[in-house]
Write a protein that binds this ligand. Sequence first.
Ligand code: ASP
Length: 405
Amino acid sequence: MSRASPFPFVREGGFGENFGVFCFPRVWDKTSFPAQNTSCTPPASCDIICQNVEWRAGRLRNLVSVEDITIERWDALYSRCCDMIANPGEYVDSCRGKVLASLFYEPSTRTNFSFQAAAMRLGAGTFGFSDSSTTSISKGESLADTIRVAASYADTVVIRSKVEGAARAASLYSPVPVINAGDGGHMHPTQTLADLTTIAQRRGRIENLRVGICGDLKYGRTAHSLIIALAAFPGITFRFISPRDLRMPDYSLDFLRTRGIEYEESTLLDESMPELDILYMTRIQEERFEDKDEFDRLHGTYVLTKNLLERASGDMLIMHPLPRDGEILPEVDSDNRAVYFDQVRNGMFIRMALLFDFLQLPRITPSPPESDKRAICRNPVCVTNKEPYLPPLNAADGGCGYCDK
Ligand code: ASP
């Protein structure tokens, strides 16, 4: 039975020709999974879901940086996510017997709950902590050892930390995939997946969008991740709206500059409003401020009200990774442009799509780079300044390979 692709990101001939995919039957069983069906020619020949073999073949073993999400991987992930939304019953046993470990060193509501719910909806089990003081970490156990232990019991490890680069460091020592659920003010790739899913769902395509990002752009990891991901799509321009003291960091602006992506900076929300297709509001990140008075001064700089929204276009999406702390008034919630609770729900489905792949990957023997030198980084909240055994790791642009600074 043939099936036209309902997925806006699958380019013509996409799955079969460009990515070298294999297929598996929609109702799959152990014998047809994982890689035996390499000769299937999608999408015309059978009712299948296709997936990017590159992803499964291990080139993406970890989701540590949002730069790991190429357009091709996004296409594959989003198409599976759409199928999961449409046919959730077909996935209920797809990861039975698999186990997810969730290590949350920092508070979380949506990310932690949604990963757990995602695993359960695939039939997998979960364990973990949301308060590291209840584990041997409080006895001084290193990150590398904690990961090795968690990975001994699990098939994928999700980690959130206030330390930047923690997920990258963890991935060096883990025999199973590591997913970054937020590392300090650095990145939050799975929030970005939830954001992209919501944009794609509402807009049909991710292209030719004027995206305003407002609030704490200095410490807001969701903003840092989102711009990197959106930069891969055609015709995206940015307007960054923040107090001067909370501007987008130079390393993020450099990323856009070197790719020729247009952006503007502003301190004013109201004047930006009429020009935007998307307004992505963010919380001022109190927990990252060293100076409480500085936070008090900046908190409340931007408040999105019904009144202010009158200046915006009728189809501008209002997004927020949540939690909000006064920057979007509850009166905005009933506006049909407000999609922040869609982001929450989509976050679970896209994490299901991710776990569906990762939980099935074979274990490896980790081989962290060997060096008699230790990594040095000038960023005080970089993992290299907390975990002294880490080997040096350089990013492609010469920055720190753990935190990008
Ligand atoms: N929940 C998001 C994060 O973990 C946004 C926020 O906390 O403001 O980064």
